[in-house]
Design a protein around this ligand. Sequence first.
Ligand SMILES: Cc1cc2nc3c(=O)[nH]c(=O)nc-3n(C[C@H](O)[C@H](O)[C@H](O)COP(=O)(O)OP(=O)(O)OC[C@H]3O[C@@H](n4cnc5c(N)ncnc54)[C@H](O)[C@@H]3O)c2cc1C
Length: 380
Amino acid sequence: MDFELSEEMRMLADMAYKFAVKEIEPIAAEADEQEHYTPEVRKKAGANGLIGSWIPEAYGGAGVGFLGNTIITEQLSRICMGIGLNIVAATFGCENLLYYGTEEQKKTYMPPVCAGDTVCAGAYTEPNAGTDVAGYKTRAVADGDDFVLTGNKIFITNGTVCDWMVVQAITDPEEKVHKSFSQFIVPADSPGIVRTKIKGKLGIRASDTAEIALDGVRVPKTNLVGKRGAGFYQLMHFFDTTRVLVAAQGIGLSQACLDESVKYCKERTVFGKVLGTYQITMQKLTEMWIRIEALRNMTYKAAVSLDGGKPDYHLSAMAKYFAGQTAVFCANLAVELHGGYGYVEEYKVQKWYRDAKILELYEGTKEAEVMTLGKVLMSR
Ligand SMILES: Cc1cc2nc3c(=O)[nH]c(=O)nc-3n(C[C@H](O)[C@H](O)[C@H](O)COP(=O)(O)OP(=O)(O)OC[C@H]3O[C@@H](n4cnc5c(N)ncnc54)[C@H](O)[C@@H]3O)c2cc1C
């Protein structure tokens, strides 16, 4: 067992962090304030191999696996989780294609996304069913050579900026619920689609989030992803891998909170002494450090298990759960350690505090992870 990162991975981390400092940091505050999606940075990231790095080179990716993607996501999230998401989640939904798509689908759709030229979205959640993924109501009805989709999706990352999306819909309502779903590639400009940006998010405000209405949207049957009726299981497989991405966001944000806090605690004087010399301060910083180290190890291990062909999906769920907790914990302490300064926009920790909470909500709420893992325990 070797816990050392390879030279290639260390160089990748260094490159991703330098990219984030140069391209993301100068625009992060303004993009957050104005809820501005950042296509120009996404394009540069594509040119630098930072998009879809987990995708094999044959389909346009950098082929550095999920560990490489974890490392990139971590480094970008140290600067801005929202803009970082615009980069690493430009491929959101491509997981379905890589695992279950046809060769033609992979070769047509994935390379332009990896290059930063197009954007994908994964449209699963519905207004009345988020955690309950078997409760979606969107229908896809076969009609000649096409399927016709009707329904509503909500909270879709990249919703108004994507070129195409993977949509989860019911094709076989007469089957048992878990065998009733299928997945489709749907071009975003198809007639019958209305996309509405959701404004006023608490955090990751540079990321685009949208409501999507589908009314009689026609796609050819060749746009079916994987097997008809297997959509529920394909979606579970999707979450098994994307949870590692979310966990990586948590590492980066938590590390940023720690680094910024250490810096501040060395500069700030209280009661005539440097803040960092008080034991109560050291305890806060140390607790952050320990949790980040544990999270990083757990997440890297989950990523390595995916790359090694022996995926540990329980570990993916654990890492995602722990990432949310760690990020919220670290962001909270970072604001506390900054005192009143942590509460105003001039200081970066207030943004990270707002950004952190999404990690306990999307890609399965923390309660959803407990349900997933609890069922495993009870089945033993
Ligand atoms: C910024 C953002 C980006 C997103 N991006 C995407 C995306 O790209 N694609 C996509 O499809 N979705 C996306 N989502 C949706 C996200 O995954 C869902 O919001 C999330 O899964 C929770 O679903 P919900 O909002 O319907 O909450 P609900 O499912 O209604 O849950 C409400 C509360 O009830 C709890 N709960 C639910 N069921 C149970 C139970 N059985 N027992 C106990 N407690 C329970 C939940 O944990 C939660 O605390 C995004 C959301 C946000 C906010």
